[in-house]
Ligand binder design. Structure first.
Ligand code: PMP
Length: 311
């Protein structure tokens, strides 16, 4: 079955969805995108797309900031995504990438309001984001997380990701799985594509949104699960770097990374050095929900049945 994308208002084969080399977003990173997961449930024969609408609400907010006009409502965007997944007939986990971007083919123009817009949505098969047998080995990045006064940090804006990419590349070149970024004032911020939580005994803490973190959708869900299922309020506060070395547990959350325990930070073991018990509890709850195996939270997923080819 062909991999189908939505591009320029039409459903087309992924290999036929192209942009030119003059495209503004290619030169300057002028786009707002999302990363969404569809999790395949073999028993139901259905794809469970997690928090679909919330992703589009964040993308539309980012697009607004960049003066990108998206001619679709959140409902229409959800329907387009379901169609892409259905028409491609995927029967395994997928990563969905919608993007609203400055598609005008005009170089040397830095005025967003004079540039035309485009939108696409594609989906590709996708397994683990961070390949690791267990808890992650992380370092603290030498690159600081970009500040909201430089580029708005609350949205997934394309150009913003150079910051994460530099930190992630350096971390991996040094043998780590992931980098933890600090904010300009030196407080713990987040991973390069994940939010971060620290556990002390039965207390869970995470950086405030004002620490320049991306308001993660998984972050929000984990906070809800801690409250509802573990009867623990997650405390949002400024976190010092040194706390990373003395926490009982540290874990990262994100659409691509799911809920991942951190085993070491800067070579120092976190707690026992593996995935901690509280992290494991949240991880199990989360995986049950995103795969459609927890009826209590069924409202968090949009289900799509893949189209079956005739014959
Ligand atoms: N921070 C950054 C920088 C990210 O790119 C992501 C991934 N979208 C996250 C945090 C986690 O956000 P979410 O849970 O919405 O995927």
């Amino acid at each position: 079955m062909p991999n189908i994308a939505f591009h320029d208002g039409e459903y087309v084969r992924l290999e036929d969805a192209k942009v030119g080399i003059m495209t503004h977003a290619l030169h300057y990173g002028t786009g707002a995108f999302e990363g969404i997961r569809g999790n395949w449930n073999e028993r139901d024969g259905k794809m469970y797309i997690f928090k679909l609408r919330e992703h589009y609400e964040r993308m539309l907010a980012g697009a607004k900031l960049l003066w990108i006009d998206v001619p679709y409502s959140p409902e229409e965007l959800c329907e387009i995504t379901a169609q892409v997944v259905e028409r491609s007939g995927f029967r395994s986990d997928v990563y969905i990438r919608p993007m609203a971007f400055k598609r005008e083919e005009k170089v040397a123009n830095l005025n967003l309001r004079s540039l035309g817009d485009g939108f696409f949505c594609l989906a590709v098969p996708f397994g683990d984001y961070i390949e690791s047998d267990g808890a992650l080995n992380c370092c603290v990045a030498s690159y600081r997380r970009i500040d909201d006064t430089m580029i708005p940090a609350r949205f997934k804006l394309n150009g913003l990701y150079l910051n994460s990419i530099l930190a992630k590349t350096d971390a991996m070149a040094s043998g780590f799985d992931e980098a933890i970024m600090l904010s300009q004032d030196g407080h713990v911020c987040e991973g390069t594509g994940e939010n971060i939580f620290l556990v002390y005994g039965d207390r869970i803490v995470t950086p405030t949104l004002e620490s320049n973190v991306l308001p993660g959708i998984t972050r929000e869900v984990v906070m809800e699960l801690a409250r509802e299922e573990l009867e623990t309020e997650v405390e949002e506060r400024l976190i010092d770097r040194s706390e990373l070395y003395v926490a009982d547990e540290v874990f990262l959350t994100g659409t691509a990374a799911h809920v991942q325990g951190v085993g070491t930070v800067d070579h120092r073991p976190v707690g026992g050095g593996g995935t901690g018990p509280l992290t494991k509890q949240l991880q199990d709850l989360y995986f049950g929900i995103v795969r459609g195996n927890n009826p209590k939270y069924a409202h968090m997923c949009t289900t799509v049945a893949p189209r079956v080819t005739a014959g």
